[in-house]
Design a protein around this ligand. Structure first.
Ligand code: SP5
Ligand code: ZN
Length: 366
Protein backbone atom coordinates (compact mmCIF):
# COMPACT_ATOMS: atom_id res chain seq x y z
CA UNK A 1 0.00 0.00 0.00
CA UNK A 2 1.50 3.32 -1.08
CA UNK A 3 1.78 6.18 1.38
CA UNK A 4 1.54 9.93 0.82
CA UNK A 5 2.85 11.21 4.16
CA UNK A 6 6.03 13.20 3.43
CA UNK A 7 9.21 11.67 4.83
CA UNK A 8 11.80 14.18 6.04
CA UNK A 9 15.33 12.89 5.60
CA UNK A 10 18.84 14.14 6.31
CA UNK A 11 21.99 12.33 5.17
CA UNK A 12 23.79 13.93 8.12
CA UNK A 13 21.85 11.64 10.49
CA UNK A 14 24.08 8.82 9.21
CA UNK A 15 27.25 10.55 10.49
CA UNK A 16 26.67 9.52 14.11
CA UNK A 17 28.63 6.38 14.97
CA UNK A 18 28.43 5.86 18.73
CA UNK A 19 30.89 2.98 18.40
CA UNK A 20 29.08 0.84 20.95
CA UNK A 21 27.81 1.38 24.47
CA UNK A 22 29.61 1.22 27.81
CA UNK A 23 27.40 -1.10 29.91
CA UNK A 24 28.52 -1.86 33.49
CA UNK A 25 31.93 -0.55 32.50
CA UNK A 26 32.27 -2.83 29.47
CA UNK A 27 32.25 -1.55 25.88
CA UNK A 28 29.59 -3.65 24.13
CA UNK A 29 28.37 -3.45 20.51
CA UNK A 30 25.56 -0.92 20.29
CA UNK A 31 22.23 -1.36 18.55
CA UNK A 32 21.59 2.31 17.69
CA UNK A 33 23.36 2.13 14.30
CA UNK A 34 23.07 4.06 11.03
CA UNK A 35 21.69 1.00 9.23
CA UNK A 36 18.45 1.59 11.16
CA UNK A 37 17.76 4.76 9.19
CA UNK A 38 18.78 3.13 5.91
CA UNK A 39 16.37 0.23 6.51
CA UNK A 40 13.55 2.67 7.22
CA UNK A 41 14.38 4.63 4.08
CA UNK A 42 14.37 1.46 1.99
CA UNK A 43 10.91 0.44 3.21
CA UNK A 44 9.39 3.90 2.78
CA UNK A 45 10.92 4.38 -0.68
CA UNK A 46 9.49 0.98 -1.62
CA UNK A 47 6.05 2.25 -0.63
CA UNK A 48 6.45 5.31 -2.86
CA UNK A 49 6.59 7.86 -0.05
CA UNK A 50 7.58 11.40 -1.08
CA UNK A 51 10.98 12.34 0.39
CA UNK A 52 11.84 15.87 1.52
CA UNK A 53 15.27 17.08 2.67
CA UNK A 54 15.44 18.49 6.18
CA UNK A 55 15.64 22.28 6.03
CA UNK A 56 18.23 23.98 8.23
CA UNK A 57 16.74 25.80 11.22
CA UNK A 58 18.69 28.11 13.51
CA UNK A 59 19.51 27.28 17.12
CA UNK A 60 16.54 29.18 18.53
CA UNK A 61 14.17 26.25 18.18
CA UNK A 62 16.64 23.95 19.96
CA UNK A 63 17.26 26.46 22.74
CA UNK A 64 13.49 26.81 23.25
CA UNK A 65 13.64 23.32 24.77
CA UNK A 66 17.25 22.75 25.90
CA UNK A 67 19.60 24.44 28.35
CA UNK A 68 22.24 26.51 26.55
CA UNK A 69 25.02 24.78 28.49
CA UNK A 70 23.96 21.33 27.25
CA UNK A 71 23.89 22.56 23.66
CA UNK A 72 27.33 24.19 24.03
CA UNK A 73 28.75 21.05 25.64
CA UNK A 74 27.39 18.69 22.98
CA UNK A 75 28.49 20.89 20.08
CA UNK A 76 32.08 21.08 21.33
CA UNK A 77 32.48 17.79 23.19
CA UNK A 78 34.21 15.81 20.46
CA UNK A 79 36.71 18.54 19.56
CA UNK A 80 37.58 19.04 23.24
CA UNK A 81 38.00 15.28 23.73
CA UNK A 82 40.26 15.04 20.71
CA UNK A 83 42.33 18.02 21.82
CA UNK A 84 42.81 16.46 25.26
CA UNK A 85 44.75 13.48 23.87
CA UNK A 86 42.48 10.86 25.45
CA UNK A 87 42.37 8.86 22.21
CA UNK A 88 46.06 8.03 22.60
CA UNK A 89 46.21 7.88 26.41
CA UNK A 90 44.41 5.93 27.84
CA UNK A 91 42.95 4.97 24.43
CA UNK A 92 39.32 6.09 24.41
CA UNK A 93 37.97 7.15 20.99
CA UNK A 94 34.55 8.30 22.20
CA UNK A 95 33.41 10.91 24.74
CA UNK A 96 32.30 8.98 27.83
CA UNK A 97 31.72 10.13 31.40
CA UNK A 98 34.08 9.30 34.26
CA UNK A 99 32.62 11.20 37.27
CA UNK A 100 28.98 12.23 37.66
CA UNK A 101 27.58 15.32 39.31
CA UNK A 102 24.69 13.81 41.25
CA UNK A 103 22.69 16.37 43.30
CA UNK A 104 24.07 15.09 46.62
CA UNK A 105 27.66 15.76 45.59
CA UNK A 106 27.34 19.49 46.24
CA UNK A 107 24.26 19.43 48.51
CA UNK A 108 22.20 21.04 45.77
CA UNK A 109 24.70 23.90 45.21
CA UNK A 110 25.92 24.73 41.70
CA UNK A 111 29.04 22.64 40.97
CA UNK A 112 32.30 23.87 39.48
CA UNK A 113 32.59 23.65 35.73
CA UNK A 114 35.41 21.06 35.75
CA UNK A 115 38.74 22.19 34.32
CA UNK A 116 39.48 18.63 33.11
CA UNK A 117 37.78 17.68 29.83
CA UNK A 118 37.28 14.11 31.07
CA UNK A 119 35.37 15.35 34.12
CA UNK A 120 33.10 17.79 32.30
CA UNK A 121 31.03 15.04 30.65
CA UNK A 122 29.62 14.14 34.07
CA UNK A 123 27.72 17.42 34.27
CA UNK A 124 25.56 16.44 31.29
CA UNK A 125 25.57 12.65 30.72
CA UNK A 126 23.33 10.55 32.94
CA UNK A 127 24.55 7.19 31.73
CA UNK A 128 27.66 5.61 30.20
CA UNK A 129 25.75 4.16 27.26
CA UNK A 130 25.48 7.29 25.13
CA UNK A 131 28.84 7.89 23.49
CA UNK A 132 29.90 10.90 21.43
CA UNK A 133 32.10 10.59 18.34
CA UNK A 134 33.19 12.91 15.53
CA UNK A 135 29.82 12.89 13.71
CA UNK A 136 27.51 12.88 16.71
CA UNK A 137 26.79 16.60 16.95
CA UNK A 138 26.17 17.00 13.19
CA UNK A 139 23.74 14.09 13.27
CA UNK A 140 21.94 15.13 16.45
CA UNK A 141 21.48 18.67 15.15
CA UNK A 142 20.35 17.34 11.73
CA UNK A 143 17.76 15.19 13.52
CA UNK A 144 16.33 18.34 15.12
CA UNK A 145 16.20 19.98 11.67
CA UNK A 146 14.28 16.96 10.38
CA UNK A 147 11.80 17.15 13.27
CA UNK A 148 11.35 20.91 12.79
CA UNK A 149 10.84 20.49 9.04
CA UNK A 150 8.20 17.83 9.70
CA UNK A 151 6.48 20.11 12.24
CA UNK A 152 6.36 22.90 9.66
CA UNK A 153 4.96 20.51 7.02
CA UNK A 154 2.34 19.01 9.32
CA UNK A 155 1.18 22.45 10.46
CA UNK A 156 0.15 23.25 6.90
CA UNK A 157 -1.13 19.78 5.93
CA UNK A 158 -2.14 16.70 7.86
CA UNK A 159 0.92 14.67 8.78
CA UNK A 160 4.65 14.38 8.24
CA UNK A 161 7.30 11.89 9.35
CA UNK A 162 10.87 12.76 10.37
CA UNK A 163 13.42 9.95 10.08
CA UNK A 164 15.40 11.24 13.06
CA UNK A 165 18.65 9.64 14.13
CA UNK A 166 19.96 9.69 16.80
CA UNK A 167 16.66 9.41 18.71
CA UNK A 168 15.68 12.02 21.31
CA UNK A 169 13.02 11.14 23.87
CA UNK A 170 15.45 10.33 26.72
CA UNK A 171 17.18 13.74 26.51
CA UNK A 172 16.02 16.18 29.20
CA UNK A 173 16.32 19.97 29.17
CA UNK A 174 19.90 19.84 30.46
CA UNK A 175 21.07 16.21 30.25
CA UNK A 176 21.58 13.46 27.67
CA UNK A 177 21.37 9.66 27.86
CA UNK A 178 19.60 6.56 26.54
CA UNK A 179 21.18 6.95 23.08
CA UNK A 180 19.60 10.44 22.89
CA UNK A 181 21.30 13.88 22.77
CA UNK A 182 18.64 16.43 21.73
CA UNK A 183 14.92 15.81 22.22
CA UNK A 184 13.59 15.92 18.65
CA UNK A 185 9.96 15.27 19.63
CA UNK A 186 9.95 17.97 22.32
CA UNK A 187 11.53 20.45 19.89
CA UNK A 188 8.80 19.65 17.34
CA UNK A 189 6.07 20.06 19.98
CA UNK A 190 7.41 23.45 21.07
CA UNK A 191 7.56 24.47 17.40
CA UNK A 192 3.86 23.65 17.04
CA UNK A 193 3.08 25.72 20.14
CA UNK A 194 5.10 28.65 18.81
CA UNK A 195 3.32 28.23 15.46
CA UNK A 196 -0.03 28.93 17.11
CA UNK A 197 -1.42 25.56 18.19
CA UNK A 198 -2.86 26.32 21.61
CA UNK A 199 -2.45 22.89 23.16
CA UNK A 200 -0.38 20.03 21.79
CA UNK A 201 0.55 16.51 22.88
CA UNK A 202 3.58 14.28 22.61
CA UNK A 203 2.34 10.69 22.51
CA UNK A 204 5.22 8.26 22.97
CA UNK A 205 4.83 4.63 21.89
CA UNK A 206 8.52 3.71 22.08
CA UNK A 207 9.06 0.66 24.31
CA UNK A 208 10.89 2.84 26.86
CA UNK A 209 9.43 5.65 28.96
CA UNK A 210 9.83 9.08 27.34
CA UNK A 211 11.47 10.48 30.44
CA UNK A 212 13.18 13.40 28.73
CA UNK A 213 9.97 14.67 27.17
CA UNK A 214 8.09 14.22 30.45
CA UNK A 215 10.73 16.23 32.32
CA UNK A 216 10.86 19.03 29.72
CA UNK A 217 7.10 19.63 29.85
CA UNK A 218 6.50 18.61 33.51
CA UNK A 219 5.13 22.04 34.52
CA UNK A 220 3.43 22.81 31.19
CA UNK A 221 -0.38 22.57 31.05
CA UNK A 222 -0.24 23.45 27.33
CA UNK A 223 1.77 20.34 26.37
CA UNK A 224 0.22 17.00 27.25
CA UNK A 225 2.74 14.17 27.45
CA UNK A 226 1.79 10.49 27.37
CA UNK A 227 3.92 7.37 27.24
CA UNK A 228 3.28 3.63 27.05
CA UNK A 229 6.34 1.55 27.91
CA UNK A 230 7.72 -1.49 29.64
CA UNK A 231 7.44 -1.06 33.42
CA UNK A 232 10.64 0.45 34.86
CA UNK A 233 9.74 -1.24 38.15
CA UNK A 234 10.33 -4.55 36.37
CA UNK A 235 13.96 -3.51 35.81
CA UNK A 236 13.90 -1.56 32.57
CA UNK A 237 15.44 1.69 31.33
CA UNK A 238 15.11 4.59 32.26
CA UNK A 239 14.95 2.95 35.72
CA UNK A 240 14.29 6.08 37.83
CA UNK A 241 10.85 7.08 36.58
CA UNK A 242 7.99 6.23 34.24
CA UNK A 243 5.39 5.09 36.78
CA UNK A 244 1.65 5.62 36.56
CA UNK A 245 1.53 8.04 39.50
CA UNK A 246 3.57 10.68 37.63
CA UNK A 247 0.72 12.94 36.49
CA UNK A 248 2.47 16.30 35.91
CA UNK A 249 3.90 19.07 38.10
CA UNK A 250 2.02 21.41 40.41
CA UNK A 251 1.46 23.78 37.51
CA UNK A 252 0.16 21.06 35.20
CA UNK A 253 -1.78 18.37 37.06
CA UNK A 254 -3.13 15.74 34.66
CA UNK A 255 -0.90 16.85 31.78
CA UNK A 256 1.24 13.70 31.94
CA UNK A 257 0.05 10.10 31.60
CA UNK A 258 2.27 7.04 31.94
CA UNK A 259 1.04 3.54 31.17
CA UNK A 260 3.71 1.04 32.24
CA UNK A 261 3.20 -2.51 30.95
CA UNK A 262 4.47 -5.84 32.21
CA UNK A 263 7.30 -7.50 30.24
CA UNK A 264 5.69 -9.80 27.67
CA UNK A 265 2.64 -7.61 27.10
CA UNK A 266 1.32 -8.02 23.54
CA UNK A 267 -1.10 -6.26 21.16
CA UNK A 268 -4.23 -6.26 23.35
CA UNK A 269 -2.66 -4.62 26.41
CA UNK A 270 -0.43 -2.32 24.35
CA UNK A 271 -3.24 -1.08 22.09
CA UNK A 272 -5.50 -0.47 25.09
CA UNK A 273 -2.71 1.72 26.49
CA UNK A 274 -2.23 3.56 23.17
CA UNK A 275 -5.97 4.13 23.08
CA UNK A 276 -5.93 5.58 26.60
CA UNK A 277 -3.19 8.02 25.55
CA UNK A 278 -5.36 9.13 22.60
CA UNK A 279 -8.45 9.54 24.79
CA UNK A 280 -6.49 11.59 27.33
CA UNK A 281 -4.95 13.81 24.64
CA UNK A 282 -8.38 14.44 23.12
CA UNK A 283 -9.81 15.25 26.56
CA UNK A 284 -6.94 17.72 26.99
CA UNK A 285 -8.16 19.51 23.87
CA UNK A 286 -4.96 19.25 21.87
CA UNK A 287 -4.93 20.83 18.40
CA UNK A 288 -1.87 18.92 17.11
CA UNK A 289 0.18 15.91 18.17
CA UNK A 290 3.74 14.68 17.97
CA UNK A 291 4.06 10.90 17.88
CA UNK A 292 7.33 9.69 19.38
CA UNK A 293 7.50 6.58 17.21
CA UNK A 294 9.80 3.95 18.58
CA UNK A 295 9.12 0.50 17.17
CA UNK A 296 11.15 -1.35 19.81
CA UNK A 297 7.95 -2.65 21.47
CA UNK A 298 7.85 -5.21 18.64
CA UNK A 299 8.34 -8.85 19.54
CA UNK A 300 11.88 -9.74 18.52
CA UNK A 301 13.40 -6.35 19.28
CA UNK A 302 16.68 -6.82 21.17
CA UNK A 303 16.09 -3.84 23.53
CA UNK A 304 12.64 -4.59 24.97
CA UNK A 305 10.52 -7.50 26.25
CA UNK A 306 7.21 -6.26 24.82
CA UNK A 307 5.60 -8.43 22.14
CA UNK A 308 3.71 -6.16 19.76
CA UNK A 309 3.06 -7.31 16.16
CA UNK A 310 3.27 -5.36 12.92
CA UNK A 311 -0.55 -5.41 12.80
CA UNK A 312 -0.46 -3.88 16.29
CA UNK A 313 1.66 -0.98 15.07
CA UNK A 314 -0.70 -0.47 12.12
CA UNK A 315 -3.66 -0.31 14.52
CA UNK A 316 -1.80 2.08 16.84
CA UNK A 317 -1.29 4.33 13.82
CA UNK A 318 -4.99 4.17 13.05
CA UNK A 319 -5.85 5.23 16.61
CA UNK A 320 -3.38 8.13 16.51
CA UNK A 321 -4.45 9.28 13.03
CA UNK A 322 -8.06 9.07 14.19
CA UNK A 323 -7.49 12.01 16.53
CA UNK A 324 -7.91 14.09 13.39
CA UNK A 325 -5.35 16.78 14.21
CA UNK A 326 -2.07 17.68 12.46
CA UNK A 327 0.36 14.89 13.26
CA UNK A 328 4.16 15.05 13.38
CA UNK A 329 5.77 11.62 13.58
CA UNK A 330 9.32 11.54 14.95
CA UNK A 331 11.48 8.40 14.86
CA UNK A 332 12.72 7.15 18.24
CA UNK A 333 13.95 3.59 18.94
CA UNK A 334 13.59 0.24 17.15
CA UNK A 335 16.61 -2.01 16.83
CA UNK A 336 15.59 -5.15 14.91
CA UNK A 337 17.14 -4.29 11.55
CA UNK A 338 15.16 -6.97 9.72
CA UNK A 339 11.85 -5.58 10.99
CA UNK A 340 12.28 -1.83 11.56
CA UNK A 341 11.39 -0.71 8.02
CA UNK A 342 8.18 -2.72 7.88
CA UNK A 343 7.13 -1.60 11.35
CA UNK A 344 7.57 2.10 10.58
CA UNK A 345 5.78 1.69 7.24
CA UNK A 346 2.86 -0.15 8.87
CA UNK A 347 2.50 2.57 11.51
CA UNK A 348 2.50 5.36 8.92
CA UNK A 349 -0.03 3.45 6.80
CA UNK A 350 -2.22 3.12 9.89
CA UNK A 351 -1.94 6.85 10.57
CA UNK A 352 -3.01 7.64 6.99
CA UNK A 353 -5.92 5.24 7.31
CA UNK A 354 -6.99 6.79 10.63
CA UNK A 355 -6.86 10.29 9.14
CA UNK A 356 -8.90 9.24 6.09
CA UNK A 357 -11.51 7.43 8.18
CA UNK A 358 -11.85 10.50 10.39
CA UNK A 359 -12.36 12.70 7.35
CA UNK A 360 -15.05 10.39 5.98
CA UNK A 361 -16.88 10.50 9.29
CA UNK A 362 -16.58 14.29 9.19
CA UNK A 363 -18.05 14.40 5.67
CA UNK A 364 -20.98 12.19 6.66
CA UNK A 365 -21.73 14.47 9.59
CA UNK A 366 -21.46 17.29 7.03
C1 SP5 B 1 15.65 5.59 22.18
C2 SP5 B 1 15.72 4.29 22.90
O1 SP5 B 1 15.00 3.36 22.57
N1 SP5 B 1 16.62 4.18 23.87
C3 SP5 B 1 16.69 2.99 24.61
C4 SP5 B 1 17.86 2.96 25.46
C5 SP5 B 1 17.83 1.77 26.31
N2 SP5 B 1 19.14 1.32 26.59
C6 SP5 B 1 19.21 0.62 27.81
C7 SP5 B 1 20.29 -0.38 27.78
C8 SP5 B 1 20.28 -1.20 29.03
C9 SP5 B 1 21.42 -2.17 29.03
N3 SP5 B 1 21.27 -3.17 28.03
C10 SP5 B 1 22.38 -4.07 27.98
C11 SP5 B 1 22.84 -4.27 26.58
C12 SP5 B 1 24.33 -4.33 26.53
N4 SP5 B 1 24.80 -3.95 25.21
ZN1 ZN C 1 13.22 2.66 23.21
Amino acid sequence: MAITIPVVWSDACLLHDPGGEVFVGVRTPGTEVAERALEIRRALEGAGAPFVDAAPHDDGAVLAVHDKRLVEFLSGAWDAWQASGLEADPGQDRVVPYVFHLPGVTSGRVPLEPAATWARTGLYAYDTMTLIGPGTWSAARAATDAALTAADLAASSRAAYACCRPPGHHATRATYGGSCYLNNAAIAAQRLRDGGFGRVAVLDIDAHHGNGTQEIFWERPDVFTGSVHVDPEAGWFPHFLGLGDEVGGEGAPGANLNVPLRPGAADDEWLAAVSSLCVAAAAHGVAAIVVALGVDAAGGDPESPLDVSEAGFREAGRLLGGLGVPTVVVQEGGYDLAAIGGLVLATLQGIEQGIEEGQRVGEQRG
